[in-house]
Write a protein of this length. Structure first.
Length: 487
């Protein structure tokens, strides 16, 4: 409540500071976090540190019911704030007290707490909610794939709103405890470490913990009947892979690929530095989609990825994202090259190591397969626009940009950068501009023109992968160099 004090002189200033903010000083948090590609993704006014999701899912009906407990800190004096949710909330509490709520926009759950929330204060939000995720259409689609035995939440840039309320943007990362109750005989797969399972009254509960900061789209849930394999890496991390029991003819190739997760991750450590998380694995649900996704610690693979036999390359791609995308996340979605360019380039390095073509050969091949009038060259990987966020150019031209960088600065500096960047930005967010500055610093070269050409120009660069005079080829193989940068 506001009391205006009339105090003369200098004393006034200091006393005024102590006066509680007026109701007018409390304003609503923004309905979007401020990403120009997706203005209503995420929200303003608070920062989430932890999600605790306690869920129950019925495969027969696709009914998901749950309670989300969200720990956050306000970043302004808040009169109200939004969460992003497609399912239907039935009760909301803020700091224990019932809060008013309504829905607006595409996925906005607008919450008005009983009293304003002062800036910098810890806030606990409890949301009870339910719904059938496959029936929730946001922006005209659902990110929840139904399967014959359950369902899966895995999508990019958005998947969370179909299964839990959140500040749905990679800029606000948090840790997760995901506890899911499913009928006995069915499994629930999520990120991180499976802490425990327990069964009673015909229901089995799976308790998952993802203990490092995680972007909302990298949180995943899969319910179904899975075969699960577990192991431990040489450095003691738990490995857990899950395969739908009805992968049909793709079952063998799926296992022959995903079971090489530990090997691929170990190799990636030689290129990118220490694996950033406390568990690893992958899962292959019986979904009809074609894509794979770098869901944190436990990538999602569509069975179609294995339709032609084993595909370790896609495993390498999704694992590379654990460094480039998951530990170091985009600041805004325009920074997508920091994810896809590097994950794609890691596939070229894997190919090089496997003797299936060097990165330079693959770069030459990609360059040659896109003639100058190919629209491929009109997509700028450094800022592709939301409509081209996942265009092939972001991946392939994005990887070409890295080969061009490698040729410009030489292997020694290049691999120092590949390993240094995930350390420098671990568990945070980054922009393409920050990467360019970092590469300039490490290499001691001015790289503006190179990145303009490969990331921003909307025409085919004239000289592919040209080796600049004065940068000798490194005598060692890239792998030796990568190893020499190990800490
Ligand atoms: N990031 C994913 C990968 O390259 C690919 C991807 C793009 C995707 N858009 C998606 C996956 C939508 C699922 C849904 O590994
Ligand atoms: Zn990718």
């Amino acid at each position: 409540m506001h009391r205006r004090l009339i105090v003369p002189g200098a004393l006034a200033a200091s006393l005024l500071l102590a006066i509680p903010a007026t109701a007018a000083d409390y304003t609503p948090g923004a309905p979007g976090i401020g990403d120009p590609y997706y203005p209503d993704y995420g929200n303003g006014g608070y920062d989430v540190s932890h999600y605790d999701l306690r869920l129950k899912y019925q495969p027969a009906t696709d009914l998901l019911e749950g309670t989300a407990t969200i720990l956050a800190t306000t970043t302004q004096n808040l009169s109200r704030f939004n969460l992003d949710l497609g399912l239907k909330a039935s009760e909301v509490r803020v700091n224990g007290r019932k809060a008013a709520f309504t829905t607006s926009g595409v996925q906005e759950l607008e919450i008005t707490p009983a009293a304003g929330l002062p800036k910098g204060a810890p806030v606990t939000v409890v949301v009870k909610y339910a719904g059938k995720p496959s029936e929730v259409k946001l922006y005209g689609f659902t990110s929840w794939q139904r399967t014959p035995d359950g369902g899966v939440a895995a999508n990019e840039p958005e998947a969370a709103a179909w299964w839990f309320p959140s500040n749905d943007h990679p800029r606000d990362k948090a840790t997760y405890d995901v506890s899911v109750s499913v009928p006995d005989g069915t499994q629930a797969i999520s990120n991180g470490v499976l802490q425990s399972t327990s069964s009673k009254l015909g229901w089995t509960r799976y308790n998952w913990r993802s203990a490092k900061p995680q972007a909302t789209y990298l949180a995943t849930l899969a319910v179904g009947k899975f075969d699960i394999t577990t192991d431990t890496t040489a450095s003691g991390l738990p490995v857990l892979n899950a395969y739908s029991k009805d992968l049909g003819a793709n079952a063998g190739a799926a296992r022959a690929s995903v079971e090489r997760t530990t090997e691929a991750a170990e190799w990636l450590e030689s290129v990118f530095g220490p694996y950033p998380f406390d568990s690893l694995g992958g899962y292959v649900p019986n979904v009809p989609s074609r894509f794979a996704l770098e869901t944190q610690t436990r990538p999602f693979y569509s069975p179609r990825q294995f339709a032609n036999g084993s595909n370790v390359s896609v495993v390498v791609h999704e694992l590379a994202h654990q460094w480039y995308g998951d530990s170091v996340s985009v600041h805004g979605w325009k920074d997508i090259w920091l994810n896809e360019g590097f994950a794609s380039y890691s596939q070229w390095l894997w190919s090089e190591k496997e003797g299936e073509g060097t990165a330079q050969e693959l770069a030459d091949y990609v360059y040659a397969s896109h003639p100058a009038d190919d629209p491929f060259w009109q997509v700028a990987p450094g800022d592709p626009g939301p409509e081209n966020q996942f265009d092939g150019a972001v991946y392939d031209r994005g990887a070409l940009a890295l080969q061009a960088l490698r040729n410009e600065i030489g292997d020694r500096a290049f691999f120092k950068i590949l390993k240094g960047w995930p350390q420098k930005k671990a568990y945070g967010n980054a922009t393409v501009a920050e990467f360019v500055r970092y590469a300039e610093k490490v290499s001691g070269k001015s790289l503006g023109a190179l990145f303009d050409t490969w990331l921003y120009a909307t025409e085919r660069p004239a000289l592919p992968g040209v080796r600049v005079a004065g940068v000798p080829d490194a005598p060692e193989s890239w792998a030796d160099i990568a190893r020499s940068h190990e800490r």
